[in-house]
Design a protein around this ligand. Sequence first.
Ligand SMILES: C[S@@+](CC[C@H](N)C(=O)[O-])C[C@H]1O[C@@H](n2cnc3c(N)ncnc32)[C@H](O)[C@@H]1O
Length: 216
Amino acid sequence: MMGGLKIKEVAVLNEDNPEFFEKLLKDGADAVKPEMEKQLKQSDKFILDACCGGRCFWFNKSHPNTLYIDNRVAKKGHIGKGYNPNHEVKPDIVMDFRKLEFLDNRFKLVVFDPPHLLSQVESSMMKKKFGDLKKETWEHYIKKGFEECWRVLDNYGTLIFKWNEVHIPFKKVLSIIPQSPLFGHRTAKHGRTIWWVFMKIPRDAIVEKNETGEEK
Ligand SMILES: C[S@@+](CC[C@H](N)C(=O)[O-])C[C@H]1O[C@@H](n2cnc3c(N)ncnc32)[C@H](O)[C@@H]1O
């Protein structure tokens, strides 16, 4: 409980408030900023989905301990031509993952599944579903997003980073981010989707050993 509200009540405020969502769609994020700020203050959710899109990989798409953010909103049917008619982008809070409005060490688990495709045409189904990156700026964009996710992650917290290397190879992505994953796994038909697991291990918990196995 926080700010006098239970998690469930905050969830109701987010999920079951059609007026809030309609206003967000119609007038944009600024118009609902006071409500969103209220949610931020009241929320004691400890999982962050930093770019939730359609929440496709979630088993429970409204997990009560998770805060879902994205930098856009899109209504059901937005992809067009009957594709994914139920796909919608309905974040709890509209926010840019490059500038997260949270204190440091705020979340126990952060999920980061940013756009991975380079410049798609406006009408592209993939762009409508996943967004896209610009050739000239993608490195800074992804690096900044990762750094922000890392900053709001608590010590000993876990960061899951999902990437698809159809346009940008995973080695290139790893070379621009300041941390190394513990392990990862390839999935999807062609094995181009990769899930990495990072843990924010505090500096003083890292034990370095020399070649003979003794602590340095
Ligand atoms: C690959 S999709 C995420 C798909 C999602 N994980 C799912 O299960 O459906 C990437 C998402 O990142 C969002 N995005 C792009 N730039 C962003 C930013 N600067 N801040 C927050 N979200 C962003 C896009 O709007 C898009 O919904």
